[in-house]
Design a protein around this ligand. Structure first.
Ligand code: SF4
Length: 294
C-alpha cells in the first residue's frame, strides 16, 4: 500500500502526525476530498501552462491561463468525487449520498470561492510575471524547468517529487532559484521542502550548479509575492536534509506512527477514522499496535 519511496508530503505527515500517515497510507482509509486540493492543483496547472507556453515565446493571454484553471478545477472536482465514491464502494444507483468535502476558512472556501478566487490568483500570477526579475531556467535537455520530476536516493532512501519551477537571474546564471507555489492562506513555517528539492536537483542535474549555489523561495498565490529568498545550503545543510529523510524512512518502515492530536485535526482528511479524535468510523479500522521493544 505504501509507495516504495518517500516524498516531501510523506516526510511531513510522518513527523506531523504518525496516525494520519498510518490511516491514510498504511490502512488506506478513504480521505475526504478538499476544495483546497482541487483549487491548488488547478492554480498550479494554470501557472505551468503559462510558463511552458511563454518558454516557447508564445506568451498566452490572461484569459487563456484562466481558462486552463477552470478546465483543470472542474476536472479535479469530478475526479475527487469519483474517487470518494469508489473508495467507499457507493453504488452509483443508490440514493444520493453527499461527498464530505472539506472547505477551509470555516467552510467558506468552497467550490464557488475557488472558481472566483482561484481565477484571481491566476490573473495575478500572469500580471506579476511581467515584473519578475527572474526567468524560467531550462532543463539540461532544453525543456522549460517546470514540474521537474525526480526520483533520487538521499541517505540511501528513494525520494521522489516534483519541483514547481527552477528559475535564475539573467545576470547570475551560475545560480539556480527553486520556487514552490503555495495557494493556501498561510506561509509555510518551514523551508525544508526547498532544501530537500535542492539536494535532489543536484543529483538530477549533475552538470549544473551544485547545492551550494542554489536558492529557494515560495511564491504565495494569494498575494502574488515571493517569500524571502534563502540560500539552501546555509539554511538547510545537506546533513540535516539527509538526517530528516533517513529518520522518516526509519519511522515508516519500523511502523512508528506517533499520533499527534492538534488544532489541525479539524481539517484532517482521515479524522472520521481516528480513534484519538473519537471518529465515527474509527471502529472500522485496526487499532494501532505498539512497536516491539527490544
Ligand atoms: S484527527 Fe488528528 S490525531 Fe487523528 S489522524 Fe488526524 S491529525 Fe492525527
Amino acid at each position: 500500500m505504501t509507495p516504495p519511496y518517500l516524498s516531501h508530503s510523506q516526510v511531513e505527515t510522518l513527523t506531523d502526525c504518525g496516525e494520519k500517515y498510518r490511516l491514510g497510507r498504511v490502512v488506506g482509509v478513504p480521505e475526504a476530498p478538499a476544495f483546497w486540493n482541487a483549487g491548488g492543483r488547478a492554480v498550479h496547472a494554470a501557472a505551468e501552462y503559462f510558463e511552458r507556453q511563454r518558454f516557447t515565446a508564445v506568451t498566452p493571454s490572461i484569459d487563456d491561463a484562466v481558462d486552463e484553471f477552470h478546465r483543470v478545477f472542474e476536472h479535479e472536482l469530478v475526479e475527487a468525487e469519483s474517487a470518494w465514491y469508489r473508495a467507499n464502494s457507493v453504488d452509483p444507483n443508490a440514493a444520493f449520498q453527499p461527498v464530505p468535502w472539506r472547505a477551509a476558512n470555516r467552510g467558506t472556501e468552497d467550490d464557488a470561492w475557488w472558481r472566483e478566487h482561484g481565477a484571481g490568483m491566476v490573473r495575478a500570477y500572469v500580471l506579476q510575471s511581467e515584473d519578475d526579475q527572474t526567468e524560467l531556467a531550462a532543463t539540461p535537455d532544453g525543456q522549460p524547468a517546470v514540474e521537474v520530476e525526480f526520483l533520487v536516493t538521499i541517505a540511501g532512501v528513494p525520494f521522489k517529487g516534483f519541483i514547481d519551477q527552477v528559475r535564475r537571474l539573467p545576470a547570475k546564471r551560475d545560480r539556480l532559484i527553486l520556487r514552490d507555489l503555495k495557494a493556501g492562506k498561510r506561509t509555510p513555517t518551514s523551508t525544508v521542502q526547498l532544501g530537500e528539492y535542492g539536494v535532489s536537483l543536484e543529483q538530477v542535474w549533475p552538470n549544473s550548479v551544485g547545492y551550494e549555489r542554489m536558492f529557494g523561495e515560495y511564491y504565495m498565490c494569494r498575494t502574488a509575492k515571493t517569500t524571502a529568498r534563502i540560500s539552501l545550503a546555509e539554511t538547510h545543510p545537506r546533513a540535516h536534509v539527509e538526517y530528516a529523510i533517513a529518520t522518516a524512512w526509519f519511522l515508516k518502515n519500523g511502523g512508528l506512527f506517533l499520533p499527534r492530536p492538534s488544532a489541525f485535526c479539524k481539517s484532517c482528511a482521515v479524522s472520521a477514522f481516528c480513534s484519538y479524535q473519537g471518529g465515527a468510523r474509527a471502529h472500522e479500522v485496526p487499532a494501532p499496535t505498539p512497536p516491539r521493544i527490544g
